[in-house]
Ligand binder design. Sequence first.
Ligand code: AMP
Length: 286
Amino acid sequence: MSVPIVRSVAQLRQIVAAWRREGVRIAVVPTMGVLHEGHLSLVRAALVKADRVIVTLFVNPKQFNSQADLAAYPSTEDEDAAKLAPLGAHLLYAPDAEEMYPAAFATTVSVSGVSEGLCGAFRPGHFDGVATVVSKLFLQTSADFGFFGEKDFQQLQLVRLMARDLDIPITIVPCPTIREADGLALSSRNVRLSPAERAVAPELPSVLLETAERLARGSPVLPTLAEARAAILAAGYREVEYLELRDEADLRPMTSLDQPARLLVAAWLGGTRLIDNVRISRVSPD
Ligand code: AMP
């Protein structure tokens, strides 16, 4: 069994229109390919909730702020399709850049507030690229549900707000971060790590979790974050772009744990940029 692949908006619309006539519920799982268990967990969750699941594979040039990063992004479409077939995904939508952005394409979707700071501060234009392509994918697929990983937490909150603000009738379903046995969050970028870097990489989630526990027990925010930064660097990371405590709902910066929060990090290990985040809710003193 293989998964059908479509490459044009017109083909996609034809299939979706037939599904609509059957009255089935449709889910979309947007990806940039190089599928791993994190992506597949989204597809499995989508198959539970919807009757038809469209996985999209599009390496979106507009969300790369570095040409080198875009050029280095791996492409494994055949392997990706082979991973999707046994799960029972119904369609792989893999347009090329000309199909997605025809000549004289002129529109940008920009979400203020939630896209500022964190990754938004270090990857100029990235979230405009994400919001633009995801809104197009939602309109092209007319899906009832969109599945997104908490791994990219700022992206998840941005997509939720964008769909709500633009009245796109889709329910966004968040899915938990899938990790390797040693705690490292699965990412298409992990393949770029050398064996020595791969050995050090799990220090990031380990410091993140330990810091989240300390904060939950009432440890003061700023000094605790400063110690955590130092621990990440001492472990062998080259640079910590950000390590911040943010309100889980609107990503507002927090200096005390008065609301459910997320601790979010981006750090460079050699030439690879890794991101991660964990939830924190305050442990009430006995
Ligand atoms: P990407 O291909 O990196 O753009 O990711 C596509 C989708 O998969 C996004 O919604 C990501 O948040 C999600 N994703 C990526 N890595 C993981 C992971 N380790 N666990 C859960 N979801 C993930």
